[in-house]
Design a protein around this ligand. Structure first.
Ligand code: HAM
Length: 433
């Protein structure tokens, strides 16, 4: 056992998974930028107060925050999510509205660590401020949906709800409180604690016994104002018009307090029920004001990158390990030729690695095979003397798999021709083309 290992709830993301991770972020960036969202990179830690606006009663604020007092005496927290920081940035910089941003990066929550639930995890997401229009909700939700489609995930369900305006919600919360208090004896101990803190959170309880009581609870729909009901109807019609399938989930309240009206969650059916939410979002029209800014509507979502990768794995979407190399340079003449040849290939845009320490031909060829490269470029004493190089395909697709010796100036063209014609395209090249 080495003396140091990753802390519980954190993990090293190594190749080839890291390549899949990056591809996932690339796909997200492409879709977000195509829809007019610009990249925002907020800091990973902020004044604790920023995150307290997520809701003092939420688990991520009350139980899971990584907070500390820094050397200057400021009470700081590592961000548990990015919406609060993005809205703080909006209030601080007051950009022109509407302001549409996307982000990618790590978040920190002191959760009980298990597969799919980490203490440091990555999200990609968007936040759009300054527009009340339900068609923006549709645009945002559709972006999340198209992202999973683009990855090739098939078993994702979109759950949709509207929490109504704060007034609707307050009346509903009161009705729930009265209902649950009348049946408190039937709830679990934990259920009764939740009831004391926030009766809404009982609705998405995962405990069977509590769910029996939830089944008879009043429904939010009856408490929604006409304006909220109309807004929600337009969101649904918009999603239908774009062919984005959704399931109405009247008990979906989400774990953060800032939501109003539209809320949604994306669930990957291929994952265990306890960690199957691959993303969630909604409207947070009061958050800018809570953070000291002008009253400004906002809507957004965040998707969990780690869980999405797990879902891709269980659906076999990333089945082929992505090769990271096109060429491996073998040089048995000391290594100085490999230095310049590798540099030339890399400058030409060809992914190239090489052997070091002037090992034997056999050992270097083994390294070439292990590297996953499609082609080996070999420099031995004969080649060096003649100003030539040997180009040897490593992954055969037929009779053209023979090696050839080429003049120095022909190398790049020869390698390019081999990579594009004689061989199965590498998985990584296929994704990027
Ligand atoms: P959230 O539901 O707390 O929402 O997190 C969004 C997603 O992040 C989850 O669905 C899940 O995939 C992933 N996630 C959360 N916690 C963990 C964890 N401990 N380990 C692995 N993955 C995790 C938010 O964060 C809101 N800021 C979303 C939002 C944006 N609402 C409006 N704008």
């Amino acid at each position: 056992m080495p003396a140091f290992q990753t802390s519980p709830g954190t993990r090293d993301i190594l190749p080839p998974e890291s390549g899949q991770f990056r591809r996932l972020v690339d796909v997200f960036a492409t879709l977000a930028e195509r829809a007019g969202f610009g990249l925002i990179i907020p800091p990973m830690f902020e004044d604790l107060g920023v995150f307290q606006r997520i809701g003092e009663a939420t688990d991520i604020v009350s139980k899971e925050m990584y907070d500390f007092v820094d050397k200057g005496g400021r009470h700081i927290a590592l961000r548990p999510e990015q919406t609060a920081g993005v809205v703080r940035a909006f209030v601080q910089h007051r950009p022109v509205l509407p302001w549409k941003t996307w982000y990618a990066g790590p978040n920190f929550r002191y959760e009980s660590a298990q597969k799919g639930r980490y203490r440091q995890f990555d999200q990609v997401g968007v936040e759009a401020l300054g527009v009340d229009d339900p068609y923006l909700d549709v645009e945002v939700i559709t972006l999340a949906w198209r992202f999973f489609e683009a990855l090739g995930l098939r078993q994702v369900t979109l759950l949709l709800n509207s929490l109504g305006e704060p007034d609707d919600r307050a009346r509903y919360r009161e009705a729930l409180r009265v209902y649950f208090e009348g049946r408190a004896g039937e709830l679990t101990e934990d259920g009764r604690l939740t009831l004391g803190r926030n009766p809404l959170r009982l609705l998405d309880s995962k405990r069977e016994q509590d769910l029996l009581v939830v089944a008879g609870a009043p429904q939010l729909g009856a408490f929604r104002s006409q304006a909220s009901t109309d807004h929600f109807a337009t969101v649904q019609a918009g999603l239908r018009a774009l062919g984005v399938p959704f399931v109405l989930a009247p008990n979906l309240v989400r774990g953060l307090d800032y939501y109003r009206r539209t809320t949604f969650e994306l669930v990957a059916d291929a994952l265990d029920a306890a960690q199957n939410a691959v993303g969630g979002g909604g409207r947070y029209d009061g958050l800018a004001e809570d953070l000291g800014g002008p009253s400004t509507p906002g809507v957004g979502f965040a998707l969990g990158v780690d869980r999405t990768l797990l879902a891709c794995e269980s659906e076999g979407v990333f089945a082929a390990p992505a090769s990271v190399l096109d060429v491996f340079v073998v040089d048995t003449t000391g290594g100085a030729s490999a230095l310049t040849v590798a540099e030339r290939l890399r400058t030409a845009g060809i992914r190239t690695d090489r052997a070091f320490e002037n090992r034997s031909m056999k050992s270097q060829m083994r390294a070439a095979d292990r590297s996953g490269a499609a082609v080996a470029v070999i420099i031995g004493t004969n080649e060096l003397a003649a100003g030539q190089l040997t180009v040897r395909p490593l992954r055969h697709t037929g009779e053209d798999a023979l090696q050839r010796t080429v003049a120095d100036h022909e190398l790049v063209d020869e390698v390019r021709a081999l990579l594009s014609t004689s061989y199965e395209p590498l998985p990584a090249r296929q994704h990027h083309s």
